[in-house]
Design a protein around this ligand. Sequence first.
Ligand SMILES: Nc1ncnc2c1ncn2[C@@H]1O[C@H](COP(=O)(O)OP(=O)(O)OP(=O)(O)O)[C@@H](O)[C@H]1O
Ligand SMILES: NC(=O)c1ccc[n+]([C@@H]2O[C@H](COP(=O)(O)O)[C@@H](O)[C@H]2O)c1
Ligand SMILES: [Zn+2]
Length: 286
Amino acid sequence: MLCWRPRNMTSSTKVVLLACGSFNPVTNMHLRMFEIARDALNKTGRYQVTGGIMSPVSDGYKKKDLVSAKHRCAMLKAALKSSDWIKMDTWESDQSSWSPTAKVLRHHRQQTEAQFGHKPSPSKRRKKHLNTENTDYHGSEEANDLANTLEAVTVSDLPQNQVPLVEVEGDPAPCVKLLCGADLLESFAVPGLWQEEDIDYIVGQHGLVVITRSGSDPHKFIYESDVLTKYQENIYIVTEWIYNDISSTKVRRALRRGDSVKYVVQDTVIDYIRQHQLFGVPDNTT
Ligand SMILES: Nc1ncnc2c1ncn2[C@@H]1O[C@H](COP(=O)(O)OP(=O)(O)OP(=O)(O)O)[C@@H](O)[C@H]1O
Ligand SMILES: NC(=O)c1ccc[n+]([C@@H]2O[C@H](COP(=O)(O)O)[C@@H](O)[C@H]2O)c1
Ligand SMILES: [Zn+2]
């Protein structure tokens, strides 16, 4: 089961969309992904998107040309002034080492559940160990305690279907789903890039919302993958008909060459890039 919800609940499932990425720099397409996904999910009548989170990768990712998290977060903060529902979260970028996406999702699931004040049932609270027969291992009264306990447990430590879920007392917490482009989905097949148990956890326990991207065929990719086919009801593919192949790589290239990136990234981001002379942007002030 992807998301715990009371059996008698007939209303739509609340969803928080989480996008992990370098955002080096954040482009209008990163922001558009959220709008496209929210429209598509809300229109199904089965989901209600209640929030969006952008989580920039930490400096420990060490990808070529990655500017510091300080700058990437500042640009993201500036860009998000134009949105009233997408927020940046710096938990991941504050880490000194790179965090696998499964770990970031798990962190946000715990945060979301804690925000909703979910409490463990008294019977479950007494069970300190995680490896119970219950698939609905219940969360903590004191959110921090739970976070600390679980922090020590990697996703792969938890047997399948024994991922900590929280019993609902009142409103159910939204499900946290990974929002990504089709290229990220297809990177699951790159040997050694993703742990199998992480893919299982991400798709099996959270779910994906995938935005189509030029050069990708997510339906075919799912068909060719046994694990993705197994969980295909947890993968929601959204076709972006207003086709736009913006990428941070192209933005960095244009900036390096002194070309305009206006209307491709937010003006506030352009101002920040010029002010801090990032991405090799030529200094026009001298
Ligand atoms: N044009 C796009 N269409 C669909 N998804 C996109 C697009 N641009 C970025 N994404 C998605 O945004 C997320 C963050 O990606 P990332 O920060 O790597 O951006 P990027 O533009 O691909 O950057 P880079 O060129 O540096 O790899 C990923 O899930 C990626 O698939
Ligand atoms: N094994 C993993 O969890 C894994 C592998 C590759 C990329 N990612 C994430 O995907 C996002 C996009 O990465 P790229 O910018 O390299 O395409 C980043 O947030 C990165 O942390 C996660
Ligand atoms: Zn990318």
